[in-house]
Structures are given as C-alpha cells and as structure tokens.
Design a binder for this molecule. Structure first.
Ligand code: NAP
Length: 330
C-alpha cells in the first residue's frame, strides 16, 4: 500500500509499505479521510516528539476492511478512530482523566496512523458511525472530541455570553458547539475577515478583529472565553474580557517554553477560573455521534482535499491564508 512515512525530522515521503493484516484485537481499516493538523507540522519539524519511522495522521476514519476475530463491528462498517491509546487501568484512566495516562501513545505519532491507504487499529479505538455519513467528516471527529472536552470544562448552562479567540478549525467547531449549548452571544475574535465571516455564517452572533484599536472596550463581560489560538496575545486578552466569575478555557497550544502575562489581582477580584483542556478524554464517542447527527456544519471548514502525494509540499509551507482544514484522502 502507499503511505506517507516520516523517516526523520523534515524527511517525509510516499513509501510502499506492507498492507497490514488483522491481528487479535486489531482490525484493518481502509482509510477514507485523514485530517492534516497543526500537530503534524510540529511533528514533521521536530517540534513535537514522535517515533520514527512512523506513518503520520491522527485525525482519521474509514471503512472496516478486515475485522479482527473479536471485533464487534463488521467489514464494510464506517468507523471513526480515537488515536489516543491508554492503559485503562491506571489511577487517571480509572478516574476518567485518560489524557493523563502515563502510557498514552497515539496512532499517527508513536504508531502508524492514517496517512496511508490502510491502517491497523486496536478495536478499542473504533467508534462506528452510520454508513450515510460523508466520509470526509470522519476527519473532524477527533478535533470535535477535543472541542467537546473544552465545552465540558466550561459547563455551560445555557444563555452564556461566549467569546472564541482564534478562528481556525478548533475555534470554528467550539463556536458551533457553543451555539448548540444555547449560548446567548458568540463572538468570534480572529484576524482574518474570511474566518470572521465564516463563523458568522455558521452561527456566531458577532465578530471582532483583535488588531482593531481599543478592542478590549468592544469585548467585555464574557461568561466564557475559549482560547483557541495558542498565542500570547489571546491568553492576555482572555483575562481582560472575561467577566467577574467568568471562565477561561484554554485549548490553544503555545510552544512549550512560552510564558504569558498573568494578573493575580484580577484573578482574585474577578474570581476567574482558568483551565486548560487537553485532548479527548472519553469524548470520542459523543463526537462521533454529534458529527453523525449532521448538527455540525463541516463542509464549509474543508479548504482542500489532498492526495498523499500532495502532503509533503503542503507540510513544507505555512498554511494558506484563510484556509481552515485540509483533508487527506489516501
Ligand atoms: P489554527 O488553524 O492555526 O487556528 C488558530 C487561529 O488563531 C489562527 O489561524 C489565527 O487566525 C488565530 N489567531 C492567531 N493569532 C491571533 C490573535 N492574536 N487573536 C485572535 N486570533 C488569532 O489552529 P487550530 O487547528 O484551529 O487549533 C487551534 C489551537 O488548538 C492550536 O494551538 C492547536 O495546537 C490547539 N489544539 C489543541 C487541542 C487540545 O486538545 N487542547 C487539540 C487540537 C488542537 P487569524 O489569522 O484569523 O487570526
């Protein structure tokens, strides 16, 4: 089969690989869609640890080609893959904090993933969806699961005023989830006009360009601020625009050594809650059901579909302005 193999930092190429065969507890899926994510760029450049050689691609799904003898699904079923494999036995797993499992390894990072025609996937990681689902939407289930984690942390009751900082794919999904959670206002804060307009077309109520003058005066008293950009500016802005008693949920990943301003006086007098949101602990099933339900509008988030051959060139240049999501169709 054809696969995109990362052999060393900055070295990725199409390689002929043996087509995997089913094993006890592991089924072979034919990959139908695999999202290209910022983390893939970081792995490629050596900014995020991974095993090598490895087939990248951790946001994927497909159709079961050869089920393992004990797989509860059948050949031909459409499945989403949760790439994050945990032990299920440690104190964190047992407490539902699976993202902290010390044994956590991920398909497409530490083990072969979805930038290939076929993938060998532990049965525990498969979530069936209906065969009527647009296969390209399989690439959105893992990012949606990470966004659902953010919404879980925000614990919205309905009626909240929400700001979303960063209009990439994560911010666009978080804005849509906030609408489904009955937020009264959803303000998309992102620099590119196209992304602001996209968010409005998908249910955000208003939008603001963060580089405008006196932007803070336009952004006040948010019950929940979702930081979805992973830059210093948005972390600082979030603290200023959250209302007293408000919450800041940080999904954006800054480079590991980045430090930000932090105002402990404001933290106390506003009784702010600031919490990170990491990966998809036990949210993949809900994300699969939500994507399957058609309640998220995902087609407008697909900027381009790519063949495996096109990926190396894409990884070698920054994402195109206004592009939101590339989906690889192996
Ligand atoms: P993305 O496509 O890069 O989107 C982030 C967007 O933030 C940028 O494209 C940019 O859009 C916007 N931005 C940059 N500077 C800004 C500023 N000063 N003010 C407002 N917006 C700004 O990334 P993504 O795929 O959506 O992911 C978002 C973040 O989540 C990344 O840091 C990613 O690593 C992280 N992530 C976290 C998890 C998790 O489990 N927590 C999972 C997946 C991804 P404009 O050009 O329009 O400003």
């Amino acid at each position: 089969m054809n696969a995109l193999l990362l052999s060393a930092i900055n070295q990725i190429a199409i390689a002929e690989q043996p087509t995997p065969k089913p094993e006890p507890g592991r089924s072979v899926i034919k990959v139908l869609a695999s999202g290209l994510c910022g983390t893939d760029r970081h792995i490629y450049k050596g900014e995020y640890p991974s095993n090598k050689p490895v087939i990248l691609g951790h946001e994927f799904g497909g159709v079961i080609n050869s089920p393992s003898p004990d797989c509860k699904y059948s050949a031909g079923d459409l499945v989403s893959v949760d790439p994050n494999i945990v032990c299920g036995k440690c104190i964190d797993c047992l407490a539902g904090r699976t993202a902290f499992c010390p044994s956590l390894i991920a398909l497409g990072v530490n083990m072969n993933g979805g930038f290939a025609q076929y993938a060998l996937v532990p049965d525990t990681q498969l979530h069936k969806v209906s065969n009527a689902l647009n296969p390209l939407h399989l690439a959105f289930i893992e990012p949606t699961a990470c966004c659902i984690r953010g919404l879980d942390i925000a614990a919205m009751q309905g009626g909240e005023k929400v700001a979303v900082l960063g209009g990439g794919v994560m911010g666009q999904i978080v804005a849509q989830l906030s609408a489904l959670a009955n937020a009264s206002q959803i303000t998309m804060v992102t620099r590119q006009r196209a992304r602001r307009e996209l968010a409005i077309s998908l249910g955000a109520t208003d939008s603001v360009d963060p580089v405008e003058k006196e932007v803070e005066s336009k952004l006040q008293n948010y019950d929940v601020v979702f930081e979805c950009a992973g830059v210093v500016e948005t972390f600082n802005l979030a603290q200023k625009i959250a209302r007293r008693g408000g919450s800041i949920v940080v999904l954006g990943l800054t480079p590991e050594k980045t430090m930000v301003d932090f105002n402990p006086f404001q933290l106390v007098i506003k009784e702010l809650r600031i919490q990170g949101s990491f990966l998809n602990p036990l949210t993949q099933r809900r994300a699969a059901d939500l994507v399957d339900s058609g309640k998220l509008r995902l087609d407008p988030l697909i900027s381009r579909t790519l063949s495996l051959l096109e990926v190396p060139e894409i990884l070698n240049k920054p994402p195109g302005q206004s592009d939101v999501k590339y989906v690889v169709v192996p």
